[in-house]
Design a protein around this ligand. Structure first.
Ligand code: ATP
Ligand code: MG
Length: 257
């Protein structure tokens, strides 16, 4: 199962990605959480101490690794056919949540046909990631989706698009829905996040109706999560947000079965 999260900036993608990854790991899935945001912060959300998270060198920014994978010895000629399983084995960091973490670095050009070697490594990794029955990948994307292409979206089974009840988040969700169709992502669904009260839920429901997308989960505005975010600590493993993320995961797993 390969789940990607997208949506407007600040809607809670990283928070829900961390809860889904932790929930999958708890259920016995070998889980890899991939931080594909150029400003990565999934590590601390998964419980990695800040100092440890800061020491991680993103794949795209590791010049030696990129050169090792793509060098042909000829300037401007890159090897684009290389194994990626060793990257995961050697570069994924285990987090206290039970999920492994892989930090990609800037993937902006990963789908755009860019031949720069760093983007090629990231693209190859995301494309060739084969996810078996008891394995899961949770992909935390940069806000929006426009910069992504087939390379990054390849093989995603389910794209969760987060909306926070604002008109702006719904408009971006509409663009993401269209792009996901173009990219051939088989399933997309809305998740309401940081919703304030019944009005927030009503706005998310209204957005789902307008976009013709299923709304498969709603997460309230949760002071406990906001506090953890301010402190830069892990997303709380209990409380209303964790409980709703767990319900969401149950639904996703039931539908995938
Ligand atoms: N349900 C919630 N209730 C209250 N605060 C939340 C909730 N979900 C996330 N937050 C807080 O909102 C901020 C943004 O959340 P998060 O980083 O998960 O969003 P994002 O969509 O990944 O943002 P970005 O687009 O910057 O990557 C964080 O400080 C986080 O703690
Ligand atoms: Mg984020």
């Amino acid at each position: 199962m390969k789940i990607a999260l997208s949506g407007k900036g600040g809607v809670g993608k990283t928070t829900i990605a961390a809860l889904l990854a932790a929930g999958l790991a708890r259920r016995g899935y070998a889980t890899l959480a991939i931080d594909a945001d150029p400003a990565p912060n999934l590590g601390p959300a998964l419980g990695l101490p800040a100092a440890e998270a800061e020491r991680i060198v993103p794949i795209a920014e590791d010049a030696d690794l990129v050169a090792m994978k793509t060098d042909t010895g000829y300037a401007g000629v890159y090897n684009l056919s290389f194994p990626v399983d060793d990257l995961i084995r050697e570069r994924a960091v285990m987090t206290p949540s039970g999920a492994g973490l892989l930090v990609m670095g800037t993937v902006r050009a990963a789908g755009g046909g860019c031949t720069c070697p760093a983007a090629a490594v990231v693209r190859a990794l995301l494309r060739r990631l084969v996810v078996g029955e008891h394995q899961a990948v949770v992909l935390d994307l940069e806000a929006g989706l426009e910069h992504l292409g087939r390379g990054t979206a390849a093989g995603v089974d389910l794209l969760l698009v987060l909306v926070d009840g604002s008109a702006a988040s719904c408009a971006i969700a509409g663009r993401i829905r269209d792009l996901a169709r173009e990219l051939g992502i088989p399933r997309t669904a809305l998740v309401g996040s940081r919703l304030s009260g019944d009005e927030g839920v009503a706005a998310a429901t209204d957005c789902a109706d307008r976009l013709g997308m299923p709304l498969i989960g709603v997460v309230p505005d949760d002071p406990g999560v906001a506090g953890a975010g301010r402190a830069g600590g892990p997303v709380p493993a209990d409380g209303p947000t964790a409980a709703l993320a767990d319900d969401l995961l149950e639904l996703i797993l039931a539908e995938a079965a």
